[in-house]
Design a protein around this ligand. Sequence first.
Ligand code: IPM
Ligand code: MN
Length: 355
Amino acid sequence: MQKYNIAVIAGDGIGIEVTASALEVLRAVQQKVGGFELIYDELDYGSARYKAQGSYAPKGWLDHLRSSDAIYFGAVGDPDVPDHISLWELILPMRQVFQQYVNVRPSSILPGIPSRVAGSAPGDLDWVIIRENTEGEYAGQGGRTHVGTEHEVATELAVFTRKGVERVMRYAFETAQKRPKKFLTVVSKSNAQRYGLLLWDEVAGLVSKDYPDVEWDKMLVDAMTVRMVSKPKSLDTIVTTNLHGDILSDLAAALSGSIGIAHSSSLDPSRKSPSLFEPVHGAAFDIMGKDLANPIAAIMSAAEMIRFLGEEKAAAVIESACRESIAEGQTTGDLGGKLKTTEVTKVVCDIISRS
Ligand code: IPM
Ligand code: MN
């Protein structure tokens, strides 16, 4: 029996609710498919811990996590804690320290979901966004001088390294190569950002030579938003910088129906460090504790996690159960349904059990 050690950080807000759903679905699929066991290390890292004890996680937490096979993450954020603190205490250090340099964010219009793009049907929007996940505009470098005075200067440095750009670009070309359309769009803003993003475009050109069967084009990020809305069919795999990917993936989620179904994987493809799997949405305090959150993004993230670990069959069973529940209209309010978080979870588990 294959065993995997999973660090579970449910975190804050609805992260806690949807993580419970994902674990329930994983239990159902383990029973159904068999052959593997997930051993959980459930950790209390998050804003409640910060408010009670002064830190999001205990000393040495990153070393502790390093020994796990994967990290499953819910969400972080708390109305009592400024976001720039909570994010830099928990999620952003993991992406950087574990060199999870690829963030994979797929989006598609699934049968059963009313499309937000005029005239589009299921199949017309089927994208994979590859977001650079460790550098760029999230490098965390910069500073403030003369704080509070009229002479105050704040800098926010975007850092692009040739190595960092090349590795994510290769991953993107490889992703595109495996998909039927073999088509990649490289997004940047190299007209205005003439250093880092010119490097980005240049590296794309160099890397493309190693993937002659992949057709590719370049887009400026502003024009890209228009193309995503007006010609979704013209896109397939997309590679973008950290901040642009953050923004475009929310747009992609909204266009494909709801942020409640958008899942993501932060990968270290070298597998030297654990990769992390999480829904794209945040802690959503407005709906917390009401059993209203859509658990599908969290459940699909769990499916991606076990796929990355090698349990393809179980991952596919979860995905098809999610699709079936959506196609049947057994959804939460964000997708037009009437079900609660726990009810959708039960529907997915039941589909798995009788599959
Ligand atoms: C996301 C989130 C994060 C990001 C936040 C929570 C740091 O918005 O995963 O998209 O900006 O990357
Ligand atoms: Mn985001």
